[in-house]
Design a protein around this ligand. Structure first.
Ligand code: HEC
Length: 298
């Protein structure tokens, strides 16, 4: 009896709040416009989380345009992120490729650069192969050069997946492919032994360098300097590398190795690259030695 008396005030206090909260989340999930209105009028918070998501997120996830619009008209925060792995309401709109919802949210101030765990909205749109989603995001100001946590740009993802229309659109809308400053003149004074050590740490897992060594994940790199690009018969190369004309010069290696996925998007060599110039120069000087007859230094 004593327990019941103690609990009674708590129960009385909690029931109405819990009910409104449950009601608005329930109505948002179902797209029940009348139910949402009733819950809001009864005092439910428009951005109240059910522990994971806001009513707007739930309405978008359910694909309910009218419910989403109502919640926005009633002041819902389009960028609320109660749970970082889920991200803001833009994410389920993208996942469903619902252009109407994507535009509703973006027009209502949704951040076109918003993120979910490792990637931005534009990466999700490219991965879905949704050109209209990419366009809506870019028109709203999304950064076309944004990188995922592991360094992938939207143009890299598009080319890697062979999504030509999306790749062309991105190229026409601000993609920047960095080119490092020339290094050829620095090769003569490079430290070949340091280059060998870097190679062991960064490259040897995927590349053989012995004359008779076979293909690993990547092609054999014996005699790679001066060799025709993407020319090892046993290797299945990316369209990007197959489409890059000419032999491997020092400067082409410099550009490629800086950040392969960013300088030469679409490559199958998905590693961060060698951003430090001195280390890159040492590495290229070492690659030059992998030959019976190393080509002359400039
Ligand atoms: C995760 C595996 C991996 C790592 C690590 C890696 N590569 Fe590669 N590499 C590849 C693959 C796969 C290709 C083929 C790329 C393509 O077809 O787009 C490649 C291609 C190349 C090529 C072009 C060869 C040709 O036949 O045209 C060069 C040069 C190269 N890598 C150098 C390096 C160097 C130097 C490092 C270390 C800094 C390195 N790679 C690290 C996988 C890797």
């Amino acid at each position: 009896m004593r327990h019941v008396l103690l609990l009674l005030p708590l129960v009385l206090l909690h029931i109405p709040i819990v009910t409104h909260a449950a009601a608005i989340h329930d109505a948002a999930t179902k797209g029940d416009v009348a139910g949402i209105t009733a819950a809001l009028d009864a005092g439910a918070g428009v951005d109240e989380s059910d522990g994971k998501a806001t009513p707007l997120y739930l309405a978008v996830k359910g694909g309910h345009f009218a419910a989403a619009k109502l919640l926005m008209d009633r002041g819902a925060d389009v960028n609320a992120v109660p749970t970082p792995v889920l991200g803001p309401p833009l994410m389920p709109a993208l996942a469903k490729r619902r252009i109407d919802l994507i535009k509703l949210l973006l027009d209502g101030g949704a951040n076109p650069n918003s993120k979910r765990s490792r990637e931005s909205a534009i990466h999700i749109a490219v991965n879905l192969g949704c050109l209209d989603c990419v366009k809506a995001l870019v028109e709203a100001g999304a950064d076309v050069n944004a990188k995922t946590k592991d360094g992938k740009t939207p143009i890299h993802l598009a080319r890697f997946k062979g999504l030509r229309e999306i790749a062309d659109y991105l190229m026409a809308h601000g993609v920047v492919l960095p080119t490092p400053s020339p290094i050829s003149m620095k090769l003569a004074t490079a430290d070949i032994e340091k280059g060998r050590t870097s190679f062991t740490h960064l490259c040897a897992g995927c590349h053989n360098v012995e004359p008779q060594g076979g293909t690993k994940t990547g092609p054999n790199l014996w005699s790679v300097v001066g060799r025709d690009k993407a020319s090892m018969t046993k290797m299945r190369y990316s369209d990007t590398l197959l489409g890059w004309e000419g032999v491997w010069t020092y400067e082409d290696l410099n550009k490629y190795l800086l950040e392969p996925m960013v300088t030469t998007p679409g490559v199958y060599m998905e590693m961060p690259g060698v951003p430090d110039e001195t280390e890159r120069v040492n590495l290229i000087a070492y690659l030059r030695t992998l030959s019976d007859k190393p080509i002359p230094l400039p």
